[in-house]
Design a protein around this ligand. Structure first.
Ligand SMILES: NC(=O)c1ccc[n+]([C@@H]2O[C@H](COP(=O)([O-])OP(=O)(O)OC[C@H]3O[C@@H](n4cnc5c(N)ncnc54)[C@H](OP(=O)(O)O)[C@@H]3O)[C@@H](O)[C@H]2O)c1
Length: 306
């Protein structure tokens, strides 16, 4: 039986990947810093990520699937405190350990439109890691998702919280005209893609892991409204005003709702790409199926990270 090591097996996408790997007959090893913090109902063998000892936890691993990253840098306490710079450094070490351990293939999660020249640390850090992986000589597949959704509203933080805003506010907003795109992929489609790539033989692959539907930000508000049977005016506001509104709302719910950098990345059209799509599950269908529960409760990123 071949061994697959997956980061974040107790978290979001890594959990779906681990379940899919187990279904396909892989022996799953989870790499995590969250043993004891998050439940391990599937009883995966867990190893630390990052690791400090001289022992290389990737010895004997055939395929490494990496999801290790963080939505935004945060200087709070405990597990919530984490930065893009730390994620880049720890991933760099993980790739080097994979090389030394002779791991056969790495499936690496990046982002649509990574950019080494971007002032946005998310897109710059992801581009840097793609380069590190390419330079490692390890056979690899790079998956570039834009935004994940499914299976439950609570897991689909950004989309759920757009729905929450729509339920609780008299009007909602776009940053500028809202004509930049987003191509969401269902987390199960993403997991299946990762496991398909684990069996790939081509040395280097880069795949835009985007679903079958592309929305502008404005259209996404419309789709949410239709699925929930609500109507709200969608006001175009300057990004700075939208950011202030998100900050105030975040303060009220004890979360960081959206960062200035996330708004910039979104408005620059970085979450949509031309070309083929890979997911088959449709956001529009999922919204209709979850309309009754979508946005009823706020989904807190910081609470998830604690
Ligand atoms: N979710 C989306 O909508 C989305 C959109 C585009 C791209 N992506 C990419 O998809 C990948 C997976 O995303 P996800 O939402 O599934 O991530 P996740 O489950 O929240 O976390 C994935 C990994 O990052 C580590 N991590 C997250 N927050 C951490 C913290 N505060 N301190 C230490 N480690 C932390 C986790 O470590 P532990 O195992 O220790 O928890 C886990 O290994 C990421 O590379 C992300 O950039 C996601």
């Amino acid at each position: 039986m071949k061994t697959i090591a997956i980061t974040g097996v107790l978290g979001y996408s890594g959990r779906y990947m681990a379940a899919e790997a187990a279904r396909r007959g892989w022996r799953v090893v989870g790499l995590t810093n969250s043993a004891g913090r998050l439940a391990n109902p599937a009883g995966y063998e867990l190893r630390p990520m990052p690791w400090s000892s001289r022992e290389n936890v990737l010895e004997g691993v055939d395929v490494l699937v990496n999801t290790y990253w963080v939505r935004f840098s945060y200087a709070g306490a405990g597990h919530a405190a984490f930065s893009h710079a730390e994620a880049v450094e720890n991933t760099r070490q993980m790739i080097e350990s994979a090389r030394r351990a002779g791991v056969g293939r790495v499936i690496h999660t990046s982002i649509t439109r990574p950019d080494a020249a971007s002032p946005l640390p998310y897109f710059r850090g992801k581009a840097e890691l793609e380069q590190v992986l390419a330079a490692s000589g390890l056979p690899h597949s790079i998956l570039r998702p834009a935004i994940l959704f499914g299976e439950t509203p609570a897991e689909s933080i950004l989309i759920n919280n757009m729905a929450w805003s729509m339920r609780h506010l008299p009007a909602v907003a776009t940053f500028g005209w809202g004509n930049y795109g987003l191509q969401p992929i269902h987390v199960q489609d993403f997991a299946e893609l990762a496991l398909d790539e684990a069996e790939q033989l081509a040395p280097h692959r880069i795949i835009n892991a985007v679903g079958p539907e592309c929305y502008t930000f404005r259209q996404l508000w419309g789709e949410l409204a239709r699925s929930m049977g609500l109507w709200r005016p969608v006001l175009p506001v300057p990004s700075a005003v939208g950011y202030m509104a998100a900050r105030i709302l975040g303060h009220l719910v004890g979360d960081v709702m959206l960062t200035r950098e996330e708004i910039e990345g979104l408005s620059q059209g970085r979450l949509a790409v031309p070309g083929p799509t890979v997911g088959k599950r449709r956001l529009s269908q999922w919204l209709r199926e979850h309309a009754a529960t979508l946005g009823r409760a706020y989904a807190s990123e910081l609470a998830r990270r604690k």
